[in-house]
Design a protein around this ligand. Sequence first.
Ligand SMILES: *[C@@H]1O[C@H](CO)[C@@H](O)[C@H](O)[C@H]1NC(C)=O
Ligand SMILES: *[C@@H]1O[C@H](CO)[C@@H](O)[C@H](O)[C@H]1NC(C)=O
Ligand SMILES: *[C@@H]1O[C@H](CO)[C@@H](O)[C@H](O)[C@H]1NC(C)=O
Length: 427
Amino acid sequence: MKPILTFLALASIGAAAPNIQSTQDGASKRAAWPNGPFVTWGRWIHDASGKNLTYAGTNWPGHADVMIPEGLQYQSIETIVQKVKSLGMNAIRLTFAIQMVDEIYANGGNDITIQKAFVQALGQTNGTRVLNQVLAKNPLFNASTTRLQVFDAVAEELHRQQIYLHLDNHISKGMWCCSSTDGNSWWGDTYFSTANWVRGLSYMANHGKSWPALTSLGLRNEPREPTNNPALSRSSYNWQAWYTFMRQGAAAVHAANPAPLIFLSGLNFDTYLTPVVQGTALTPGTGRFSVTDFEGYADKLVLELHNYENGIGSCDTLKGNLDRNGFQALQQGSSGVVNVFPVMMTEFGFAMDSSTWRGVYASCLAEYLPALKAGWTIWVLAGSYYVRSGIQDYDEDWGLLNHDWSAWRSQGYVDGALRGLVRETLS
Ligand SMILES: *[C@@H]1O[C@H](CO)[C@@H](O)[C@H](O)[C@H]1NC(C)=O
Ligand SMILES: *[C@@H]1O[C@H](CO)[C@@H](O)[C@H](O)[C@H]1NC(C)=O
Ligand SMILES: *[C@@H]1O[C@H](CO)[C@@H](O)[C@H](O)[C@H]1NC(C)=O
């Protein structure tokens, strides 16, 4: 699908320039980017000037075994952010693992060094080699730089290049995500301590006060049924328990840092939030979602959904599913909608080859998301991972970038659809 470019759409590419706003007395001043904190206004997100905005961006994983943002053995942070910027994108969903924060606490409040992190995850020989590659590409770091200092450097570069930072708690134990048997699926699962999760969210929300680019925080990626733990599943894999946990996480984030928007994700790998949007009973209880349960920060809540119905044969079917799963919250007045929110698709993706992007799934989303002005972050920026599921230097064939993060993996998709999707979403 080739998007039609209009002059209006092209003009909006300039939106990255610092805002010039008029104050009431007519004077003109330069509002500091990102002009936050952001709040929600019905289905919209507003910046501090009341201007509508949404996200069009991509995921940058930092939650896997090494717990360091990926790709730095191949490119500098600056180069990677420039690539994102060159697409006109305005947001990065940066993922982290609770284990990183657990280790900071276990280490007397100091994060471990990247040297230790690479050696722990990749072994002495490969860990040392990859560390040296990272230092060669990113000379601002040294062997005793900590993981959190790498996150700081990413946040700083995103600020410099004016890309919103959405921080996502992706998993508890640092590893590839997600399966329903990985011990990270639901509160109380093998690695998923609720107390450590709350502590980790608070820590990162507080730490994020030093990141001017931080505009939002996702409480938990893809809550899902712990299928290998039937007792946990029976006792708490449901909307009633979900609501308790989400309120707990949101309250912790807001108390630690009242500025960022807070993203809520749904059940079954964050594929639906229907009871929240339609205001039906949060089963097995009879309570319902109510913004009054988020006293003082009801205007901070955003819904995030994922979709991987890649094999779908019909765009109308996909659109119907997405509406019902929660995107109908964007359509004020649409029947069945009780609670209106901004909704973003923080994950969708597909193989970055020469043809998949022309298929029903990808072209349908390229039409659906900008038509609704729904924000999104595509999975995934990464061309490869330090290690994924035990395989080092794992090639990501869904990655926007090629293996060494030097070029687009599918130039056809980038030029034929992705740039247009960004432009039409942000116009
Ligand atoms: C935000 O978008 C909505 C819908 O297009 C519009 O009604 C509203 O005026 C916009 N607000 C601003 C401040 O541009
Ligand atoms: C170490 O790296 C080399 C080169 O990438 C790779 O072939 C080897 O499998 C790695 N070792 C381990 C234990 O994964
Ligand atoms: C190593 O880099 C970090 C920042 O990443 C810095 O704070 C620290 O002072 C550096 N240490 C040395 C020995 O240069």
